[in-house]
Design a protein around this ligand. Sequence first.
Ligand code: GDP
Length: 333
Amino acid sequence: MSNSTTINSSEIEDIADQIRQGNRRMLARAITMAESIRPDHQEKAQALLNELMPSTGGSIRIGISGTPGVGKSTFIEAFGKFLTGEGLKVAVLTIDPSSKRTGGSILGDKTRMEELSRDPNAFIRPSPSGGSLGGVARRTREVMLLCEAAGFDVILIETVGVGQSETTVADMVDLFMLLLAPAGGDELQGIKRGVMELADIIVINKADGELIPVAKRAANEYRSAVRLMRPKTKSWTPKVLLTSALKKIGIEELWQTIGEYLDARRDAGELEVQRAEQSSAWMWSEIEDSLMNHLKTDTEVASKLSAMEEDVRDGKLSPTAAARAVLGIFMKK
Ligand code: GDP
């Protein structure tokens, strides 16, 4: 992949072919390009994604969230190893808006998923660093598509509860899983009600040793809570399961439940609709982001904007009148 600004379609086709054949090095390079903010890289990455679109969509997309310490990396390692043991290829992506090029992040500091990272049928890609949640999410969606084109069967997208990151992940997957600790009450665990409502499967992890009774009690409590919630879809009522990521207990049952979920939603024709809606929502958010970006970087707008904002703050100009004036300047161009 050269850095030339002109897009060479035979070069794009060649890269696409290699990705379809599962060439890891090429996949990694394409991801780097998709994550780059350089306009020429972006243009190439978009051309490549377009070329690869017909080869995407074949994976099971699973979101996994849980507060730090609940056992996400241990769980993904155990679950990922189970899946590769079933002969499946697994990609693990992360959305962590706290991650920066320098400095720490909630998910990235320790060495994570050591065993899985050595597995030839697994591919682990940490969160793109820096930027807004929207920016991080866009790149993760694109990386997901690239991984699908490269033949991964299961894509796991992990996130920690930072801001809106759970909603963002839930909006790009087929199934959203919430990992909880074996303790009672979502208030105790710092879980927002909204996040509970996103979950298709709730997993009480660390159900081992002396934690088993607490985990069972928590599971019952969450089962009752789920019954009181407004169901997300017609065809599925969220299930509560117990696992021990450490002792590798309950993983197979979980995989079975994921299969039941996918069957139920596919049979109801809902999964296809959900993906279609996710794609169009993605398009609209791209349009909104891009418009805002153009607006904010427009020099003519910028020259008037701060004075107008000041007038709005001082109560000299109505916010609507200011907004109209700003848009008027922008749209006349
Ligand atoms: P993360 O911050 O959510 O990624 O959590 P980690 O995977 O790093 O796990 C946090 C701690 O919980 C570690 O000390 C793990 O060994 C422990 N842990 C994770 N899963 C289990 C489990 O199933 N049972 C028990 N007893 N401990 C676990």
